[in-house]
Design a protein around this ligand. Structure first.
Ligand code: GLY
Length: 359
């Protein structure tokens, strides 16, 4: 097992990565805490033992659970049970649960401690780390929230063995992203490891491996976590550098908003990464070889890099302008000679033509 620190100056915290990391939970509960609120979903096949009295609160499955009424429900249950500022929330689940649990912790008594137990690949490499918490409004995703950092994160890689295949693939899209932000073992090496040693010894996600031909192990998860921890430590509130974590996400969000819900988030991110490479090439920021490298990483994880046929180019371009990164015109996160960075003011013809190449 590895512990990776998110080195925030006044609130550093560990992310424990590896098989059986869940066994750390009891030791991570602060000694002053008298109660633990475990926020989870019926569909999560893992229970936790926080070693002190736990109130389990289940939230509905799916993105619709990210609502202010669910936060009110959680906070009222904690109030009835007498939770104080000394007590702690433990969120056990994927990104929906860690967003909800973290936001409830951020607002209950103006902020109490919380620990994330990330049960999906996407949560382990992204959502559970970095303190972005919040819920949706009818008007849009994640419009209400807070930066509220956990006191610890647990990424038990044995949990990945039970993930449904689509859920697993969704995480792979985020893993692919990290290949362009830092150093991650190559997908083929990860595949070999998973295929030959299996879940029993490595904690690798053989459910995913069996069906997708790609799998990640604890080493890959730890590499992604290290990159995210470094970026968050450098720019906690996304004043600049943290935007690189959105590599591939501008087109992904547009695809999701335009209604291609048959693509899971990480699959849409994969298409977005292929698109970002194409735009960067047209701007002279990267070579043809680097574009090929993007395609090799994506295909190494068996991820898509083509746009669903029915999505309308003009609608997607319109949605780019509503992206949260957009300050003036369209801003995309692009690869280039100085690495991945946000780029504004891109010629709309390039944006349109690059979409054409993904058809
Ligand atoms: N998921 C992107 C971030 O945490 O900033």
């Amino acid at each position: 097992m590895t512990a990776i620190n998110v080195e925030l100056r006044d609130r550093p915290y560990p992310v424990h990565v590896g098989p059986k990391a869940l066994e750390m939970l009891g030791a991570l509960i602060p000694s002053e805490a008298r109660r633990v609120a475990v926020i989870t979903q019926e569909s999560i096949p893992w229970s936790v033992d926080p070693s002190i009295g736990a109130l389990t609160i289940t939230v509905p499955d799916g993105e619709s659970a990210k609502s202010l009424s669910v936060i009110e429900d959680i906070c009222r249950k904690m109030a009835v049970a007498g939770f104080t500022r000394a007590d702690v929330v433990v969120a056990v689940g994927g990104g929906v649960v860690t967003d909800i649990g973290g936001f409830a912790a951020a607002v209950y008594h103006r902020g109490i401690r919380f620990i994330n137990v990330a049960t999906t690949l996407l949560a382990q490499v992204d959502a559970a780390i970095g303190g972005k918490t919040g819920v949706n409004l009818v008007e849009g995703k994640n419009l209400v929230g807070a930066f509220w950092q956990p006191t610890a994160v647990i990424c038990d890689t044995e949990m990945l063995t039970t993930l449904p295949i689509r859920e697993y693939r969704s995480g792979l899209g985020e893993v692919a992203k990290y290949h362009f932000l830092g150093s991650v073992p190559a997908p083929n090496a990860a595949t070999t490891g998973a295929a030959t040693t299996g879940a029993a010894t490595t904690g690798a996600a053989t459910t995913g491996a069996a069906t997708t031909g790609a799998a990640v192990d604890a080493e890959v998860v730890a590499a992604c976590v290290q990159i995210k921890a470094d970026v968050v430590a450098a720019d906690e509130r996304e004043g600049g550098r943290r935007a690189i974590l959105n590599y591939g996400h501008t087109l992904a969000h547009a695809i999701e908003t335009a209604g291609a819900y048959d693509l899971r988030h990480g699959e849409a991110v994969a298409v977005g990464i292929a698109y970002a490479a194409e735009v960067a090439r047209r701007l002279g920021r990267i070579s043809d070889e680097r574009v090929t490298e993007h395609h090799q990483v994506l295909s190494g994880y068996d991820l898509p890099c083509r746009l669903p046929r029915r999505l309308d180019t003009e609608e997607l371009l319109g949605l780019f302008k509503r992206d949260k990164k957009a300050v003036e015109g369209v801003t995309l996160v692009l690869d280039g000679p100085d690495g991945v960075e946000p780029v504004s003011g891109i010629d709309p013809t390039i944006l349109r033509d690059a979409l054409g190449t993904l058809r």
